[in-house]
Design a binder for this molecule. Structure first.
Ligand code: NI
Length: 279
């Protein structure tokens, strides 16, 4: 039994100087596995290279983030389709809508999201959703174009009503650093209330560092702090929170158990082009 950081951007340039040390620290602290989402084609490719370097321990997701939605040309979508069939890819992500920062026009964000729903459906992969100040549109697009898809609302922020919408669509909720912020009572309420078999934990590193490390770069080992807070809010033993979230992540991403992964023959994985380059 060990934690899975279900959203760790360890391929990104913020980890260029010490990536293997960061990963080793996570493993040493009981974070045995992680899922590394892309935010565009190059970072998706880098995530796949990392997954090849750490088979059974690091998994990749392929996707274009709403901030970068303007980069999702037809060629990029075709490239993502190819990349998503590489070994170690377990999801389409991170994809979504962000009406808070609005770094891509909203209609472009919506188009990119729906196009990537299509990819997930075709390849039978779960989706990792980014949803910021865009809840109404996210739910309506999932209902119109995302029927039957499985996935997770990554770094879930919101109240019980919003959580209920996501759960009703069959989605998981993933909690990150904000769960540790004492003022976040609404989020604490959701974490205490949501069904235990639909909860994941993550860091979203290098962002969203939990207390008491705020202001510093986040890293996967800090997912332990999120799991501790989850356990506290639900009056669970820490081990039980770890076991439940691990089981949930294995179910959503269809991961072999750690023991199964260790038994599997090591794939003759290509040496990553250069995972130290990051994004
Ligand atoms: Ni992210």
């Amino acid at each position: 039994m060990a934690l899975i950081d279900t959203h760790a951007h360890v391929q990104m340039r913020q980890f260029s100087g010490d990536r293997s040390a960061v990963i080793a620290r996570a493993f040493a602290d009981g974070v045995a596995r992680m899922v590394t989402p892309g935010i565009d084609v190059p970072t998706s490719r880098d995530a796949i290279a990392l997954a090849a370097a750490y088979p059974g321990r690091i998994y990749a997701a392929v996707g274009t983030h709403p901030h970068d939605a303007t980069t999702l040309t037809d060629e990029a979508l075709a490239e993502q389709h190819t990349l998503a069939r590489e070994p170690g890819v377990v999801a389409i992500g991170e994809i979504g809508l962000d009406y808070y920062r609005d770094l891509s026009p909203r209609d472009v964000q919506r188009r990119a999201l729906v196009a990537q729903f299509g990819l997930a459906r075709e390849l039978d992969l779960p989706i990792i959703l980014h949803n910021r100040e865009s809840h109404a549109d996210m739910i309506s697009l999932l209902r119109s174009d995302g029927v039957g898809l499985r996935g997770v609302f990554h770094c879930f922020i919101g109240d019980i009503a919003i959580a209920r919408d996501a759960l009703d669509l069959g989605m998981y909720l993933s909690f990150a650093g904000p769960l540790t912020f004492p003022k976040n009572t609404e989020l604490a309420e959701v974490a205490a209330w949501a069904p235990l078999d639909r909860i994941l934990v993550e860091t979203d590193c290098p962002y969203l560092t939990p207390i008491p490390f705020r202001g510093k770069r986040n890293e996967p080992r800090h997912v332990t702090l999120v799991a501790r807070r989850l356990a506290e809010l639900r009056s669970l033993r820490f081990e039980d929170a770890v076991a439940a979230t691990e089981r949930n992540a294995e179910a959503l991403f269809r991961l072999p158990t750690l023991a199964q992964a260790a038994d599997a023959p090591t794939p003759t994985s290509p040496t990553p082009t250069n995972p130290e380059n990051g994004a």
